[in-house]
Design a protein around this ligand. Structure first.
Ligand code: CS2
Ligand code: MG
Length: 403
């Protein structure tokens, strides 16, 4: 299987996606997701200008050697742009190998370790009544676990909370990032009451998750963790800015709430302290942003030694290709925890044709050879790239804060 052509497709059906297509002399095409929210064109250029020329003529079966070549061979290591580009190549090569042997990809990763992947949906509301409606919608759609985000009185627009008529999509199609507000004291005061209310309305069984989105200091996060303990959360996500691994020592010493972190990480080195010192319970990395199946599998194998489980990032900015890769990996590994699932807008389905399924609260990658996703190129061309950015956050006095 010799690589004959490499194509980078940037398309925007509902939101921007970058997809890598690798075609071999056998006539097979493998797909990889290279979408990095708000920095899509940087990855597209990295792939087109610096990686594609290296791939032409190489053996598509040599997945590990190609990974090492792209990682070590660039001299400049890690970083979200580089690791997203490497991930796209890695996933496309796994897709090709699995198509070549006519097996669903999870079979090459060791076969299925479970019958389906528990998924969590997203509920958010500006007040309790909107939030209850949103949780009910998730349950009606079949979700058996729900992430709960709530408005905070006095904060006008906030991460994770949409108006009831619009799907939640943090990246907005504006030439510059929109601005949101933040007030840690107001949030810390308000949130425990929200979880108390949700627990008494929906009972003790439903797994509830919450995403702080990197906004607190370690001591604030410790206080929040303690105050949420009575409501038995499945996890508290990104309670402090993720790059400061040592911060979680302080959080951990004050609370037994399970912690999840890592959607912005891109390498096993971002996890060494967190995993080695058992400072987290769930690894949030996606296949798409962490160097592909080859690299994320290594992180999860290391995590498994410490009873730490997967909780792969699955927002809409992971394309259907990236989601399929996550599902094949999640089905195969032993230490699967939960899978985030934010279904794409219907228009995304005009371009990407995935075969994964969601039924009874469980995702399954399907049994087609390879990843089981195809791309409709004429449709992709109908949706050209449109600049879109994640918001930035400011405190009441205008100071820029973590978003
Ligand atoms: C999030 C995302 O899914 C999550 O947990 O934190 O909504 C995140 O904000 C986006 O993926 C950023 O690209
Ligand atoms: Mg998150």
């Amino acid at each position: 299987m010799i690589i004959e052509s490499v194509e980078v497709v940037v398309t925007s059906p509902g939101r921007n996606f970058v997809t890598l297509l690798i075609t071999t002399d056998d006539g097979l095409t493998g797909l990889g997701d290279a979408t990095l929210n708000g920095r899509e064109l940087a990855v597209a250029a990295y792939l087109r200008d610096h990686i594609a020329p290296l791939l032409i003529g190489r053996d598509a079966h040599a997945i590990e050697d190609t990974w090492q070549l792209l990682y070590r061979g660039a001299y400049w290591r890690r970083g979200p742009v580089t690791m997203t580009a490497i991930a796209a190549v890695d996933v496309a090569l796994w897709d090709l190998k699995a198509q070549f042997v006519r097996l669903p990809l999870y079979q090459l990763l060791g076969g299925a370790s479970r019958s389906g992947l528990l998924a969590y949906g997203h509920a958010g509301g500006r007040d309790l009544s909107e939030l209850y409606d949103s949780i009910h919608r998730n349950l009606d759609e079949g979700f058996r676990a729900v992430r709960v985000q709530s408005g905070v009185p006095g904060i006008a627009s906030l991460y994770g909370v949409a108006t009831p008529d619009a799907a939640y999509e943090p990246a907005r199609r504006t030439p510059r990032p929109a601005e949101e507000q933040w007030d840690s004291r107001a949030y810390l005061r308000h949130l425990p009451g929200v979880f108390e209310a949700v627990r008494s309305e929906f009972g003790p069984e439903l797994p509830l998750l919450h995403d702080v989105h990197h906004r607190l200091t370690p001591i604030e996060a410790a206080r929040l963790g303690r105050s949420l303990e009575p409501y038995d959360l499945f996890w508290l996500e990104d309670c402090t800015p993720a790059e400061d691994q040592e911060a979680l020592r302080l959080v951990r010493s004050h609370t037994v709430i399970p912690l999840a972190i890592g959607e912005v990480f891109n390498s096993v080195h971002d996890y060494r302290t967190l995993i080695g010192e058992r400072l987290i319970d769930y690894v949030r990395s996606s296949v798409t942003h962490t160097g592909g199946i080859t690299a994320l599998r290594r992180i999860l194998d290391l995590a498994g030694l410490y009873q730490i489980k997967s909780g792969m990032h699955g927002p809409t900015d992971i394309s259907p290709v990236g989601m399929a890769a996550a599902l094949h990996l999640g089905l195969a590994i032993h230490n699967f925890g939960i899978q985030e699932y934010m279904p794409h807008a219907p228009v995304t389905g005009e371009v990407f044709w995935p075969s994964f399924t969601f039924a009874g609260g469980l995702l399954h990658p399907g049994d087609q050879p390879g990843l089981g996703v195809s791309i409709n190129l004429p449709a992709a061309r109908r949706f050209p790239y449109e600049a879109a950015y994640l918001p930035v956050n400011r405190l009441r006095d205008g100071t820029v804060h973590d978003w």
